[in-house]
Design a protein around this ligand. Structure first.
Ligand SMILES: Nc1ncnc2c1ncn2[C@@H]1O[C@H](COP(=O)(O)OP(=O)(O)O)[C@@H](O)[C@H]1O
Ligand SMILES: [Mg+2]
Length: 497
């Protein structure tokens, strides 16, 4: 073993041992990172969305990271706004109140603006002073670390640590420029202006700059407050359906979605409309990715696994050296059990998660936008299920996915594939409720598969064995090393934040 690998191996073993001891306290990792400061929290949150990189267990631990911090003084916020907008606070706002929430990058103040029709309440989000410089400093450490890793720990190269750092830098830069958040809100507002049940706060561009965004104040109940929503008389089942439909509409129709749609960022206003805030992170899907996604969902719905497989090859996502028939077989292994499940337990997010697991076995390159979509879908579906535990994903999705497919793929498909395609396309709407009828038999199947890995015939099991070995040995170990090295360096370089 080389020196570097040996070092890494030791660290990995050490961490693995420590982990075993602290198994009952899974928040240990999250707490440690929280103490290290904002950039580390960001890195942790980012890695939480990459179980392919850190392994499923660490990803779960990291997902407990809460980006909540102490507020910074109001005087600093005022000074920053004045500097950013070049106007005195009293000129900008009729009233400016203490912060209501603070995270690593920004904090939010309620305020009032004198408009033509009188006072209107606004939310003012201000960037944390000095956060750019701090983040820049920490990034240098992250880069140094990931470069060292790539150079000295060859097995970590596949996970591309430098690229991960680069992505983190990119997304955080975007998050730290509040004009971009304002632009995202405005783009979303335009896209959704005729949509039922969903909107975003209006941006006040006159009071918006790099370090501050002012928007309409939303007086509503957060989706995290389920009891409150009930008490206010909102129809939770409808809200769950609207949420999923909105998300799918944004994704399929607009190719532009809110990528941070957790309960804390979603309000329900008194009229029952869902209002999403916090658009620092957004996802985009090109036409090809959207078509790809729709074809996949369509393929699963109609049980046309060969088509799902072909789409992957056509898109060039899976290298041509693989055999489409074996690939279709792997996809069938995911799809069939799902068709046997009661509708309310079928998760679209999980389906995509399983799909990505399989595609990885066939060397499909990681598509960041699809990973982001799948992660968001997990979150959105989770919110929908807290609102309605009996939530039926397919029924809720059908009007949007089915409609999109009919509008965008229908005629072309019928022309190209008259016999099967036409029937399938037109049967689609009826097929979906039918899923609910064809149920019961394999209730636990998908859960077991997700936990224990996928079951396959002999033809593909060998490939999986190899990939699993790759995963558990080099993949996991490399990631333990990243985690260990990060924590170690943090402690060595930044004893106190
Ligand atoms: N337009 C708004 N109206 C009312 N409250 C808001 C608004 N925007 C943000 N908030 C409150 O401030 C909190 C933090 O804002 P958010 O944009 O989510 O920033 P962060 O990135 O810190 O999560 C939100 O969870 C919400 O409680
Ligand atoms: Mg938020």
């Amino acid at each position: 073993m080389t020196g570097g690998a040996l070092f890494g191996h030791r660290l990995a073993t050490l961490l693995a041992k420590r982990r075993a001891k602290t198994a009952e306290r899974p928040d240990v990792l999250a707490k440690a990172i929280n103490r290290l400061g904002p950039s580390w929290v960001k890195m942790g949150q980012f890695l939480a969305t990459r179980p392919d990189v850190v392994g499923a267990e660490i990803a779960v631990d990291l997902s407990g990271l809460q980006d909540r911090m102490a507020t910074f003084p109001e005087s600093l916020a005022r000074a920053e706004i004045e500097a950013s907008l070049g106007r005195p606070i009293d000129d900008l706002y009729a009233r400016f109140d203490p912060p209501v929430a603070a995270a690593s990058i920004a904090q939010v103040h309620p305020a009032e603006v004198m408009g033509e029709t009188g006072l209107r309440k606004v939310a003012v989000k201000v960037v944390r002073p000095g956060v750019r410089q701090r983040f820049q400093r920490d990034l240098e450490v992250f880069y140094l670390l990931s470069e060292l890793q790539e150079r000295f720990i060859p097995s970590s190269r596949r996970l591309r640590p430098v690229e991960i750092t680069r992505t983190l830098e990119q997304t955080t830069r975007i998050e730290m420029d509040l004009r971009l958040e304002a632009a995202a809100l405005s783009e979303m507002a335009e896209n959704t202006k005729d949509d039922p049940g969903f909107r975003v706060p209006a941006v006040d561009w006159e009071r918006t700059g790099r370090d501050v965004v002012t928007m309409e104040w939303i007086d509503g109940i957060k989706m995290s407050d389920v009891a409150g929503l009930k008490a206010a008389g909102h129809d939770l089942d409808t809200l769950a359906d609207t949420l999923i439909q909105s998300f799918l509409r944004h994704t399929l129709r607009d190719g532009f979605f809110h990528a941070d749609m957790h309960q804390g960022n979603l309000f329900v206003d008194p009229s029952g409309q869902i209002v999403a805030v916090d658009m620092g992170i957004v996802g985009r899907m090109g036409k090809m990715e959207r078509r790809f996604l729709a074809e996949i969902l369509y393929g699963f719905i109609t049980r046309d696994y060969r088509r799902v497989a072909d789409v992957h090859f056509e898109a060039g996502y899976v290298p041509a050296r693989h055999d489409p028939a074996s690939f279709a077989q792997a996809i069938r292994a995911i799809g069939e059990p799902i068709h046997g499940q009661p509708a309310e337990t079928i998760s679209m997010a999980r389906l995509l998660t399983l799909l990505f697991e399989v595609t990885e076995l066939f060397d499909m390159e990681t598509r960041p936008e699809l990973v982001m979509l799948q992660k968001t879908m997990v979150v959105v579906e989770g919110v929908a299920r807290t609102l309605n535990p009996k939530f039926n994903m397919w029924k809720a999705a059908e009007p949007v996915v089915g409609g999109w497919i009919r509008d965008n793929l229908g005629p072309k498909r019928i022309a190209g594939d008259i016999r099967e395609g036409a029937i399938a396309a037109f049967k689609l709407a009826e097929q979906l409720p039918e899923l609910a009828a064809r149920t019961r038999a394999f209730v636990t199947e998908v859960g077991t598969m997700a936990e224990n890995g996928l079951r396959f015939d002999a033809a593909t099991s060998e490939a999986i064995g190899k990939a699993e070995a790759r995963h558990t040995r080099s993949g996991r170990v490399a990631l333990w090393i990243i985690a260990a090295a990060l924590v170690w360096l943090a402690l060595a370089i930044h004893p106190i934040w």
